[in-house]
Design a protein around this ligand. Sequence first.
Ligand SMILES: Cc1cc2nc3c(=O)[nH]c(=O)nc-3n(C[C@H](O)[C@H](O)[C@H](O)COP(=O)(O)O)c2cc1C
Length: 351
Amino acid sequence: MTTEPMMTESTATGREDRTDLTTTYLGLTLPHPIMASSSPLTGNVESLLSLQEAGAAAVVLPSLFEEQVEHEAMAYGTLLESGAAFNAEAYDGYFPDLDDYNTGAEEYLDLLNAAKQELSIPVIASLNGTSKGGWTYYASELENEGADALELNIYHVAADPDETSAQVEDRYLRLVEEVKTEINIPLAVKIGPFFSSPANMARRLASAGADALVLFNRFYQPDINLETLDVLPDLDLSTAAEMRLVLRWVAIMHGRVDADIAATTGVHDGHGAVKLVLAGANVAMLASALLHHGPGHIHTVVSEMERWFTEREYSSLGQARGSVSQVSVADPSTFERANYMRTLTSYDHHG
Ligand SMILES: Cc1cc2nc3c(=O)[nH]c(=O)nc-3n(C[C@H](O)[C@H](O)[C@H](O)COP(=O)(O)O)c2cc1C
């Protein structure tokens, strides 16, 4: 614990009349809802410390991917089967140094260990995969290494025309159940928006063991280079407008799904975070905005959020959370199709 979180304006200037931004997420009590989500910025101790110094309430480490773990397990299994490990001659010749081959997962555990040693804010580890299998054993390794909670990112592109939507959903649920059996720490499940019935899926994920839902994964869309005809991986950062998809579904799920809600994608400023809390989010996570502006942006976002609530004399965040969710607003259809019709038919007046 080398650095302490930066004081917010409220702690510096007397907080009696300031809104108390305390929130809870995954059983953790946080001073405010602004977290750093998985990104390269949470991938080394130096920038993790910068995020803490800027006031991040908690951090999510980059993911340990199923492919990383499976690759290592496979390599290890093959070596053992071949007997090479027990053959001194082979060992001297081609047998790779165990320290060298076992990189990804071991490095990840080292990062988690270092983060836990250096940071005083909660550290959430992340596993990223799509199928049940031996790799989920790493969930318990992450718990043993001190993770305060685990985020499971199920980043599945349902590209197989033979896989039905029911099978896709089942894949999610079985994976959540399996990971849940590995750990005693709280589990968040990060999903994309592409379900026929996202709110129903959310409910079933909560029943399968998700203590929180992280809405939504931002799927990276490939592009085609017209000169080379190569398929390009697209790594554009998000825009603030992308938050609207999240906002709608947070508002729809609040009060109806037995899980905390974290918002990710398009959270770029304090006002965006305010909207997500009003819709029902427990926390809001930032990646793109931090990569763009740097870790110090956390402080700007928290201050803007605090100012908004304080000026309107909210005593606490609890008073605000979900007050503009679908179950709370006078006209719930605004989050559904009625809004769509109204928006389209009123476009000319504003255009
Ligand atoms: C460069 C980069 C790397 C990321 N790596 C991870 C990752 O390892 N695991 C994960 O769950 N999300 C990862 N994300 C997704 C972010 O955590 C976040 O959910 C997404 O970018 C949407 O939020 P944003 O609009 O604030 O960027 C990554 C995002 C970026 C831009």
